[in-house]
Design a protein around this ligand. Sequence first.
Ligand SMILES: *[C@@H]1O[C@H](CO)[C@@H](O)[C@H](O)[C@H]1NC(C)=O
Ligand SMILES: *[C@@H]1O[C@H](CO)[C@@H](O)[C@H](O)[C@H]1NC(C)=O
Length: 367
Amino acid sequence: MVPKKCKRTAIAQWKFARRCIFFTTTVCIIPIILVFMVTTDQYVRAVRARKSYGKLQTEQTDYYTEVKTWDDVEKRNERRRNHLRKTCKLLGLNKVGNDSLHKPNPWEFLINKKYQLVWCNVFKAASTSWMYNFNILAGYNQKILDDVKQVPLSLARKRYPRPSAKELEEAIKNSLSFIIVRHPLERLLSAYRDKIQHSMPRTYHQKLGFQIVARYRSKADKTKLRKQRWPSFSEFVRYLLDTVKNKEPFDMHWAPITQFCTPCMFNFKFIAHTETLEEDQNYIIHQAGLEGIIKPEWRNRGKGITTEQINKYYSELTRTQILHLYNVYRYDFELFNYSLSGFIEVGKPDEDPSTLLSAINSKDPSI
Ligand SMILES: *[C@@H]1O[C@H](CO)[C@@H](O)[C@H](O)[C@H]1NC(C)=O
Ligand SMILES: *[C@@H]1O[C@H](CO)[C@@H](O)[C@H](O)[C@H]1NC(C)=O
């Protein structure tokens, strides 16, 4: 016969053991599982999947109804157009002449007669998306557009031949004409990163990169950047400033918009900015009645330039170099109301302050 006392201790022991098991489960096993899930990405993936599902839902229902009303977008556009008109006049860019700034340049425009849409293609300013959209509007099917062997611009030019200035003027009269602009120095950095730093093997831009390195890399940097075959941003900018000084033509990826689209010569109805791209594109799509036909495409979306990247790359340049860049793009700055703030202060102070002064006083980047 087991004494009562012993029985009670047996029960107590069992209770204790149960508590122990409960305790180890909560304190040890759950965290271990959590750590396991996090390290193997299970947990993160579950959260991510839920999130993107939620986003898709809202995108489907609220796709075209942004926080801003169309009226707000229109008013902002009127401000931009007035600013452009006034500044064109102030800088004398509205007078027709023979040089590249004063000669209407229809070369980069695409005219879609069916949907009455006219666009000047500014590279590195949502151009991939809109090239895609124009190809959709031209009737190309998804399969062709997804084929990596097809060059979107070549496809587009088959259906949208380059117009003459006269054809363009006619088309603009009864179309929604638009241009997408971007901060000149952000656009330049984007072009550098895309075309020079991450150039595709055996392309024109990779070769150009090698040439820039051969010409501009100093002895000290040759040891420091031994493994880096592409030019640094600073080397690239030195090259760019020299081409301007030698009056060589610009590469289309970093040509100033003022030369590329001559915005003072054509009366754009809508001026979109990359800073407000989502609202502006939705407006264009709405206004042109394209809701069912194209969706705002977000290609290249992940390649936007962040403030950290601006700080990183522009801190490689001296302030004098940044001012020279301002001079190169000064009409783009003025016409589209951009400023040097956020860029110039990032630059390295110059060892010789007089170079900065002469850059301020000069309108010519060659000095
Ligand atoms: C432009 O050049 C043409 C011929 O080269 C000349 O006849 C014309 O007067 C020039 N126009 C202006 C505005 O300079
Ligand atoms: C130009 O930019 C400044 C500063 O960003 C802003 O306050 C002003 O309203 C802008 N002007 C126009 C016409 O958009």
